[in-house]
Design a protein around this ligand. Structure first.
Ligand SMILES: [Zn+2]
Length: 426
């Protein structure tokens, strides 16, 4: 990309193809991509989007040549858990949890083209206040706060089961929701899972009370689920979305019938890996990892034997497609730890499951922005926040092209992708 001027926040940016150059393409939403396109960014928003001849640049506008590039909206991840992972050291523990570490994760997300992420519970005190901040060069932080489960249950990792509200009565469930509402959460998260018989599952009376109270407070509820029977009962209780797919059985007519009546319920399929990590995945991760970490991942990869872990993936893929066919919104949610590459790996898994690249890009942008509660984000459209990724190749042709990132712009400003990995390597 040749930049003809510096982009300053107060200065409009015109991004257009150069005369005689290759056409640039804008991929957005469900509408057809715009070929030979141009757009104008002013005050962090798209002021005009259209074909190259139809967008005028005001005097003094900085121009960025996007010849031959593809522009897609920045990604929104509807399911993350930030603050726990030391990405470079490859550890994942509450000992790592700090405000600085969450900010680093938000920067790692930005590097990978993620504009905003919804933390699905497990947020500790150190995270408070981050939701209200806009940190330059970092993704926006949205959150479910602590979340709700039975006492000493909830997340898979036992070392963070102290974080959720542990409730045993309907009154406690309602009180927890009221506290979450007062803390300004974007959504209420409930865990309905016995972790293979090792913890107590949140009971229907308890999650019914939580859902009822959340709705009274104007909040939606997202459920961590595993079993089909819980998904069905949660739908009857009025749950607003699923932070995982159904993982024990093929979905049945009953569930699909309930979904058909509730076309607003969202599904974050959060698929298991479609196969082992590949060299291609490792190369992408290596962009933001120290050499020592890449070496360790390479060794782990080489040590793997046996068939690829496909059975659970196939079950969940089939369930995803059947639930998608009811018309509900499918939304990207990685359950990621802040490393940032997860969104791209999940998008590839969703295409491997049978979704089209266009459907997956909608799931990862406008549909996710709607669930996270970001109005005016998730599309390259007039008036929207200028959050976009400039790609060297078109992801509609191959979803792996979302990884061929030339540059990332959040709120109209370019993320300094050259400087970030150097900082993380220190
Ligand atoms: Zn999760």
């Amino acid at each position: 990309m040749r930049a003809f001027g510096l982009l300053l926040c107060t200065l409009p940016l015109i991004a257009a193809c150069s005369p005689g150059g290759e056409s640039s393409i804008i991929v957005r939403d469900r509408t057809a991509p715009i070929a030979n396109s141009a757009f104008l960014v002013e005050d962090g928003r798209f002021a005009a989007v259209g074909s190259a001849g139809a967008v005028d640049a005001p005097a003094g506008a900085a121009r960025v040549d996007l010849s031959g590039k593809t522009v897609m909206p920045a990604i929104v991840d509807g399911h993350v858990h930030l603050g726990y992972a030391d990405v470079a050291a490859m550890t994942d523990t509450p000992a790592n949890y700090s405000r600085d570490n969450i900010v680093e994760h938000l920067e790692r997300l930005a590097y990978h083209g993620v504009a905003a992420a919804l933390s699905m519970g497990l947020d500790r005190e150190e995270a408070s206040g981050l939701r209200e901040e806009t940190i330059p060069g970092a993704a926006l932080f949205r959150m479910a706060g602590a979340g709700i489960a039975m006492p000493d249950a909830g997340p898979g990792a036992a070392d963070r089961r102290d974080v959720p509200y542990g409730v045993t009565t309907e009154a406690e469930a309602r009180a927890a929701v009221q506290e979450l509402a007062a803390a300004g959460v974007d959504i209420v998260k409930v865990w309905v899972d016995d972790r293979n018989g090792t913890v107590e599952k949140l009971t229907p009376p308890l999650y019914r009370a939580a859902i009822d109270e959340a709705h009274a407070q104007g909040l939606r509820v997202a459920a961590h689920i595993y079993y089909l029977e819980d998904a069905t009962e949660l739908l009857r209780a009025g749950v607003d979305g699923f932070a995982h797919g159904v993982r024990d059985l093929p979905v049945d007519r009953e569930l699909l019938g309930l979904l058909a009546e509730r076309p607003d319920v969202f599904l974050m399929p959060n698929l298991p890996d479609s196969g082992y990590l590949t060299e291609r995945d490792l190369d992408f991760r290596a962009e933001t990892l120290p050499e020592s970490a890449v070496e360790r991942m390479r060794e782990q990869l080489a040590a793997r034997t046996g068939p690829i872990p496909g059975r659970s993936y196939r079950l969940q893929s089939n369930n995803l497609l059947r639930m998608q066919a009811t018309g509900i919104p499918i939304v990207l949610g990685t359950d990621g730890d802040g490393a940032g590459w997860d969104a791209h790996e999940e998008m590839a898994d969703m295409v491997a499951a049978g979704m089209t690249p266009a459907e997956v890009i909608v799931a990862a942008t406008s549909a996710a922005a709607a669930v996270v509660g970001l109005d005016g984000s998730g599309s390259v459209a007039e008036g929207y926040s200028a959050d976009f990724i400039v790609l060297d190749a078109n992801p509609l042709e191959n979803i792996y092209n979302t990884r061929r990132i030339d540059s990332v712009y959040l709120r109209g400003s370019e993320v300094d992708r050259a400087a970030l990995p150097a900082r993380w390597a220190e």
